[in-house]
Design a protein around this ligand. Structure first.
Ligand code: 3SL
Length: 248
């Protein structure tokens, strides 16, 4: 398996089919906080997450769904979009709130990354809580060429997504021993992410808090519980998988 890492949706090359040398699997990461919230929503019984880059498209799709089974989750600039049921905190998606509901979701960066690779045959989302589960899914599924895509912030690099990319690749390396065919790394970004993981794996919360988006969230108010949840490693075995374009 060859794993490459792209920091943001803007860095992702044009997607080609696996037959033309493109990826057969993609993993989208937005540690703070979209992919952590997606994983916890599904763990807590949400029927599905439908992701949108654009709020108007989200509203139109949500309006066509039975209201009793619908939640709208919207985040811009780190805060809940006014009038929406949910923002983007993994702590808010409790079983009481989300069980049986379809969540129509749009966030500043994470849902854009999902759109960038929505045509890749296998599309997963990862966060620190499910990083080993995601790696296991890739290894056991025999993925050959994997693109991990971070979300960053409005086109810029983000430390926490790189940390998690390294966390997934590190777990895949440990799991892909014989009879699997091992792991190689496809670009310098992937090697740098692995080095980051080696540096911070024993103190992921400090890394998330030091990151520029961590600082942004701290500036917006108390996010201690979000930091604890988003920095926890291997607390989930659930792996969100795209079942149709834009739906996990
Ligand atoms: O950028 C995003 O997609 C969000 O995850 C940002 S936030 O953590 O909700 O502020």
């Amino acid at each position: 398996m060859q794993i490459s890492y792209f920091h943001t949706s803007e860095c992702v090359p044009a997607v080609r089919s696996p037959e033309e040398g493109g990826p057969d699997a993609a993993v989208v990461i937005d540690v703070l906080r979209a992919t952590t919230t997606i994983a916890w929503s599904l763990q807590n019984g949400a029927e599905a997450i439908e992701a949108f880059a654009d709020l108007a498209a989200l509203d139109a799709a949500a309006a066509a769904w039975p209201a009793a089974r619908t939640l709208r989750a919207g985040e811009r600039g780190g805060e809940r979009v006014e009038g929406y049921d949910l923002g983007n905190s993994p702590l808010a998606v409790t079983p009481e709130r989300v069980k049986g509901k379809r969540i129509f979701m749009s966030t500043t960066n994470g849902t854009r990354s999902l759109q960038a690779v929505r045509t890749v045959p296998l599309l997963l989302t990862a966060c620190l809580p499910n990083r080993t589960a995601v790696a296991r899914r890739l290894v056991q599924g025999g993925a050959e060429r994997v693109w991990i895509v971070g979300s960053g912030w409005e086109g810029d690099y983000s430390l926490e997504d790189s940390l998690a990319a390294g966390a997934v690749a590190s777990a895949a390396t440990e799991l892909a021993v014989a009879p699997h065919r091992g792991v190689s790394f496809g670009n310098d970004e992937m090697l740098a992410a692995l080095a980051l993981w080696q540096q911070w794996h024993t103190d992921t919360e400090t890394c998330l808090r030091a990151a520029s988006h961590g600082q942004r969230l701290i500036g917006l108010g108390d996010h201690d519980s979000d930091f604890r949840c988003c920095s926890a490693v291997d607390t989930l075995t659930l792996v969100p998988v795209q079942t149709e374009p834009g739906v996990l």
